[in-house]
Design a protein around this ligand. Structure first.
Ligand code: 3HC
Ligand code: NAI
Length: 707
């Protein structure tokens, strides 16, 4: 049986314990171990029933995703879990799944093949496979509707969100909630059930409903999936598979599920989403900041500036239970900032995200102030004042005088050098960038910017804090725009060039939206405010090389006062509820400006629009990777997916380029270089990897090997 599964006895109850840390995934050896345990249960006459339980912190969290990745890449699948699950379900002695932590995916499927399920109150169960681009592959779509009913099964299998034990109990997925020791409770329950008839989930057809009863659930789920999981194939496949459960006998339903599972598993979406799963975990691994690096406990915090970002950051800290002092420049700004925080919280209550009680507690944690005096005691300060070096340095000079030794001093700057900001203090090792994305209380990304002197302890502290705040913290180097905005710059530049060459605003935005971006680049510009980029461009104009083409249409719109949504007009006009309306005036203006600038006009296809914008992103990403400002290609992918609305099912920009083939990307970049000049100089790393027939992912592995 190996070390992965142990079979022991507790009186007349067999105990099957899975020990495959950290999450008891069903790696090779685990299903075999459970199979052998069931054999032992059957042959041992003393035994009346068994409990299946996870060792460590959880029940089975699912199939081993590393194995799934191999299968997606072509490794033969074998029989999968289905025979084991039938073996359990057909066992003549009852088997009770005892769930703590999470029973997810194949873990949930295993639990459903058991005759009973008991759980701790803190446990969660679910079928999250769609988040990996696949569907349940071991009869989850067939057994779950038989336990929980069709509507709930459709929701759980197509949306992938786990549910809490209490809800699972109410849905009759869980038979009993156990207070106190889980194993003791499960053994007692197994003893109680040992003399009762043995229920088999696959035979419980009474929850399956009729086609008429189920039709609205399937229609609503498909509509929802098309809207909320745009472009993803797995959610629709999961709905088809649950529908098969309602129309076909169990065995045929399983066959339908297997076909759909195999289709999804071999898709580029599954490969991309599995890459994202591991990349998101890899960002936490920092080669020179070991896991055991000591961290500074963050019990209290201060935020300087209660504007758009400072307000959001204060909410993020309070939501994590950290008391926060918010300092503003004057009473009016402070009142405005606090009113915005209250309005945002009220909206969250309205939308059902938070309860009023939760919000009241959080608001008590946010203390407004006009002085830095209280900052003497805080463990962390996040500065979020206007973007300007002189002001940032002034604030850090004040923090230097006020804050206790050992406090982390962070800036939310989006463009300025952390090293220069740190130079306003005598403790640059405690200075770091924490670049939140707008709205800070919603966006998951946190770029953690390492200055030259930032200490490992401060980095480890911010990485750990990001997790506590519910963010994905990605460590980046201190270059202009850091990673995300540095890449965004050429992406937006190309989108404006395309307009100046003959595309319309809708052409550009719809091509990228259809590719899967959450919003087109021009709509994003209107949302963030076109004036932000305009001001930055004016400030940095002296750094531009003379004679190199620069986009101008956005600046001209700003000169006309069209800053985007905030002024009711930008690339688009805005109607009620900030609805974007295409503006023929903008098209006419751009045509006129282009004629004046003698830019030849032409028709362009969607493919060219996508290639121009995305390869600009990729080319800059390749430079960033080679220069070491991002640790891995996967880190860039995680930044783009969580901060810039890049579709996860395409794996992020660098993964996408790998899937297109770097040779193809490089040859397209060379074409653009020939047509559009110096701005399209291919990144040396792109050239190198393309010529060697390699991928960005391989570059990372090579780097690690030589480190
Ligand atoms: N397979 C392989 N490795 C896994 C894994 C899995 N199913 N689940 C987690 N891991 C690994 C992670 O990569 C990580 O490794 P690392 O320490 O080397 O980075 C480690 O386990 C710990 O994971 P987390 O950092 O995510 O730990 P958390 O405690 O934050 O979360 C969890 C635990 C909720 C279980 C989370 O890991 C998770 O959601 N895992 C995936 C669950 C899942 O998707 N299951 C379905 C798989 S598909 C399936 O079962 C198909 C079936 O229908 C046939
Ligand atoms: P904002 O203009 O909304 O807010 C800045 C606030 O700082 C104002 O309320 C102002 O009164 C206050 N302030 C100025 N001087 C102060 C002082 N000495 N003490 C206390 N408060 C002071 O600006 P926003 O958008 O919140 O930006 C803040 C920082 O975050 C900037 O560095 C910006 O680059 C960065 N950032 C902005 C993003 C965005 O989308 N708005 C995204 C990511 C970073």
């Amino acid at each position: 049986m190996g070390d992965l599964v142990q079979f022991t006895k507790s009186g007349n109850i067999g105990v099957i314990t899975i020990n495959n840390p950290p999450v008891n995934a069903l790696s090779p050896g685990v299903p075999e171990g459970i199979f052998e345990s069931i054999e032992k249960l059957l042959t041992d006459k003393e035994l009346k029933a068994a409990v299946l339980i996870g060792g460590g912190s959880t029940f089975i969290a699912g199939a081993d995703i590393k194995e799934l990745e191999k299968m997606a890449a072509g490794k033969p699948r074998g029989a999968g879990l289905l025979p084991l699950l039938l073996k359990i379900e057909d066992c003549r002695k009852p088997v009770v799944a005892a769930i703590h932590g999470t029973a997810l995916g194949g873990g949930m499927e295993t639990a459903m093949a058991c005759h009973y399920r008991v759980a701790t109150r803190s446990a969660k169960v679910g079928q999250p496979e769609v988040k990996l681009g696949i569907i349940p592959g071991a009869a989850g779509t067939q057994r779950l509707p038989r336990l929980a009913g069709v509507a709930k099964a459709v929701e759980m299998c197509s949306e992938g969100n786990p549910i809490a034990a209490q809800e699972a109990f109410e849905l009759e997925i869980i038979d009993k909630l156990i207070d106190g020791d889980l194993l003791t409770g499960a053994i007692a329950f197994a003893q109680e059930m040992a003399t009762k008839p043995i229920p088999k989930t696959r035979e419980r057809n009474n929850n399956l409903g009729t086609p008429e009863q189920n039709a609205p659930s399937f229609t609503a789920a498909r509509e929802n999936a098309r809207k909320k999981q745009r472009g993803l194939m797995a959610p629709l496949a999961a709905i088809d598979a649950v529908e098969a459960a309602t129309k076909l006998p169990f065995e045929e339903g399983c066959q339908a599920e297997q076909r759909l599972f195999a289709e999804c598993l071999s898709s580029s979406q599954a490969k991309a989403l599995m890459h994202v799963f591991f990349a998101e975990r890899e960002v936490a691994k920092l080669p020179d900041v070991p896991k055991d690096t000591p961290v500074i406990p963050i019990k209290t915090a201060g935020v300087v500036g209660a504007g758009t970002m400072g307000g959001g950051i204060s909410m993020v800290l309070a939501n994590a239970g950290i008391p926060v002092l918010v300092k503003e420049a004057d009473q009016a700004a402070l009142d405005r900032g606090m009113a915005n925080i209250q309005k945002n919280y009220a909206n969250s209550v309205k939308r059902g995200r938070f309860t009023q009680q939760f919000v009241d507690e959080r608001l008590k944690l946010i203390q407004p102030t006009l002085s830095l005096d209280g900052f003497a005691g805080v463990d962390l300060v996040i500065e979020a004042v206007f973007e300007g070096m002189a002001l940032k340095k002034e604030v850090f000079g004040q923090l230097e005088k006020t804050c206790k030794p050992g406090a982390v001093l962070a800036s939310n700057t989006s463009t300025l050098s952390i090293d220069e900001i740190a130079s306003a203090t005598h403790r640059p090792q405690f200075v770091i960038g924490t670049h939140f994305f707008s709205p800070a209380n919603v966006m998951r990304l946190l770029e953690i910017v390492r200055g030259k002197a930032t200490s490992k302890e401060v980095i480890a502290t911010c990485m750990q804090l990001s997790k506590k705040l519910g963010k994905v913290g990605v460590l980046v180097g201190n270059c202009r725009g850091f990673v995300g905005n540095r890449m965004f710059h050429p992406y937006v530049r190309e989108s404006v060039f395309l307009l100046e060459e003959g595309a319309t605003v809708q052409d550009v935005d719809s091509a990228l939206y259809d590719f899967g971006m959450a919003m087109g680049p021009l709509a994003v510009g209107d949302l963030a405010g076109l004036d932000v980029g305009w001001r930055i461009r004016k400030e940095y104009r002296h750094l531009e090389k003379p004679g190199i083409r620069q986009p101008f249409a956005g600046d001209r719109l700003c000169e006309m006062g069209r800053f985007g949504q905030k002024t009711g007009a930008g690339w688009y006009k805005y109607g009620e509820n900030r609805r974007a309306i295409p503006d023929p005036e903008v098209t006419a203006l751009i045509r006129k400006w282009a004629a004046e600038a003698k830019i030849p006009q032409r028709q362009m296809g969607r493919e060219e629009i996508v290639d121009r914008c995305l390869y600009a992103l990729v080319n800059e990403g390749a430079r960033i990777l080679q220069e070491g400002y991002a640790l891995r290609a996967g880190d860039i992918d995680i930044i783009y997916i969580n901060g810039y609305g890049f579709p996860a099912h395409r794996g992020g920009p660098m993964w996408y380029a790998d899937t297109v083939g770097l040779k193809n990307v490089y040859s397209r970049v060379l074409e653009f270089h020939k047509q559009h000049g110096e701005l399209w100089e291919p990144a040396p790393l792109l050239k190198q990897m393309a010529e060697q027939g390699k991928t960005f992912a391989e570059y990372n592995k090579e780097q690690r090997a030589t480190a």
